[in-house]
Design a protein around this ligand. Sequence first.
Ligand code: PEP
Ligand code: MG
Length: 877
Amino acid sequence: MSRYVYDFAQGNKDQKDLLGGKGAGLAEMTNLGLPVPPGFTISTEACRAYLAEGAEPDVLEAEVDEHLRALEERMGRRLGDPHDPLLVSVRSGAKFSMPGMMETVLDVGLNDESVVGLAQQSGDERFAADSYRRLLQMFGTTVLGIDGAAFSDRMDAGDLLDAEQLRAVVEDFKAVVRQHTGRDFPQDPREQLRLAIRAVFASWNTPRAALYRRQEQIPDDLGTAVNVQAMVFGNRGGSSGSGVAFTRDPATGDQGVYGDYLSDAQGEDVVSGVRNTVSIADLAELDRSSYDELLRIMEVLEKHYRDMCDLEFTIEDGRLWMLQTRVGKRTAEAAVRIAVDMVDEGLIDEDEALRRVTGEQVGALLFPRFAPDPGRQPVATGMSASPGAAVGRVVLDSATAVEWAARGEHVILVRKETSPEDLPGMVAANGILTSRGGKTSHAAVVARGMGRTCVCGAESIVIDLPNRRLTVRGGPTVAEGDVISIDGSTGEVFLGEVAVSDPAVVRRLEGQDVDDPVADAVVRLLGRADAVRRLAVRANADTPEDAARARRFGACGIGLCRTEHMFLGERRGLVEDLIVAEDDAGQESALTGLEPLQRQDFTEILAAMDGLPVTVRLIDPPLHEFLPDLTDLSVRVALEDERHVEDEHDHRMLAAVRRLHEQNPMLGLRGVRLGIVIPGLFDMQARAIAEATADRIAAGGDPRPEIMVPLVASERELALVRAQLEQVVATVADERGITLDIPIGTMIELPRAAVTADRIATVADFFSFGTNDLTQTTWGFSRDDVESEFFPAYRDHGVFPVSPFETLDVEGVGELVRTAVRLGRQTRPDLHLGVCGEHGGDPASIHFFDEVGLDYVSCSPYRVPVARWEAARAALG
Ligand code: PEP
Ligand code: MG
């Protein structure tokens, strides 16, 4: 029994950790009795050992020999035999798919002698010579590290070359190898195999693979498996070919045959998008029996995996071979459609459907689309490779895309076709447009994986790189920097900026009558999500419009109504007056001006959320957000003085701004501190809340306000403020002759609050975790600055994979949350607990909040469906 090498028949689909995705799929298909060329998989464990030691494990060579011998026996041919050679492919295959990021070498075993044998056995000299030149080219670039251009420059008209000419290319390529490496191309087939395996191991750590992993959050320490498999040839003339297929449409989820086929070609030709493909449906015309066999296999695979599969196949001389299968990547639209269809087909239940679609995918469906306009004419049309709508300036190469995006531009990367080298530009771009290649080309696969809008194969576009422009045949010329709009759902390309509108799911959630299967599927599964989740979902909303939208999107209340936002705009002057007031009378008059406005705000929000809880947070403004900038104001006053213009307001304001100026306003006079220093402010807000509640009751409504005090660090602060607030509420209740029962709670957003939560709970009816400030104060990171400053370096150095402001830092901030939950409930077992920081809408964080037993999460209105979905997935485990 080998330690590192497994025959295909020894594995199964659940061994992706060990055998990689491709190896596990080949094993599963082999055991299902599907036609798979025999071979073996070298495990990820061997790769990890290689990466750790810089050399293959000692036993690996002997194990590969043993499996190679078994393979030779089965095939009745020897690797590189001069008369009738066995040739093998050597392919990477990690646990998670990394399309095109790692290496593959085909036709290993060919050399100056075996190429003659291959020509004789196949009776096709052209095919043998072409296979040899492919090996030289792939081996040269991937194993020997020679720049691909050194080969491809000589192969432009490759399709048209005859056997004689291809033999000349082979000699040429051997010379390229000699010239670039100082040695001859290795003729020993076993050496070829050894070096190819090593190159695949090493390709795990290329910069582009590492970048892709960072982008897709794939762990760096997994390593890749290596699959060594008997070659079958799609490039043996018209009755051969290669294809990629999906058991359902990965862009829309539609049922039916779907994919690309290229006759007289190897798989690499299909996915690279270098030659344009025909659709799988056309294969029925070309080779009916292979087409029927493919359909049969697709059905077997779908039933077996109970999911949409993608697959790669090769037809050699009319015989179909399976080279790969896995559960296929799909767009968000397709994911929900397929999940719901499979429920209806009895393949899975609704809970499984929820597990299969991520909250993030649901979120993608809430992105805007181009507004429908039948009059708008596209300048070009390609394939709808990855949906969405993207608008941006045309950029013609990856580096420019990265550069322009870094300065805040929205860009569309336009390429003839993309290759893995383009990945940084694809990451930076809003959308991707190519003039060549099909829906399974590199551009399409990678864009779909990243959720980027992509249009592929817009053939009327001709890219003129030297002049940094593109022309549309029979149409306009577009210079780099001009704005275009691309529609990844229709494949249309428009000049200029096209307005975007809400997608069908949003329109449906907004209550409009839309006929759209994706919207149907989302709404149906959200219903199930609501039935299984433990966490309630509220929204962060501070206008009546947002509150109403949140409710339509399924929020069961408001978890955070930030009142300082209500003081911006034209009301800012009143707040300035309040802050700079020099005496009680001045303060009183500013407050009197604000109260009716606040009361109106609250009345409308309580009406929009009638019957549901509305947590109003008392004002928490870092003062710098409300006062003029000290430098600007100083300059203005100095200029006025110079011109002997006396502006009393400006002078008073300057004195106040100087008095109140803080070096660290985020750590300054905000939250509960402001309430203690300017008591009238919180009183005014409490009165406005109480009055609005009374007004709603009088109007027959069911208002459920809660008052939340921010930035509390000690129970004494909260006790002081609470007494004051209770008194105001009691006074209003008396005046209006009603009973008012308004819970008063606090935010836990400082570490001190978290670790003294047992005492704070004696004076709080509820806690809401303000994880934005809690992250800021736990790490000591300024939430205003650090994300653009040094977080990129922190991510590169692996301090954290994602910003802790985005996904909760479970080890640090999360531990404080756990502590506060435990201590708080120790004092008050019925303490109601929620979270209102940005993490409330983040999928990974939601799983944590579910696990620690919070009652609700609160997030922005558009994230509410995401949170409902993800909370269900957390509950389902
Ligand atoms: C928080 O700190 O997490 C919070 C919700 O409050 P704000 O973002 O308004 O400071
Ligand atoms: Mg806060």
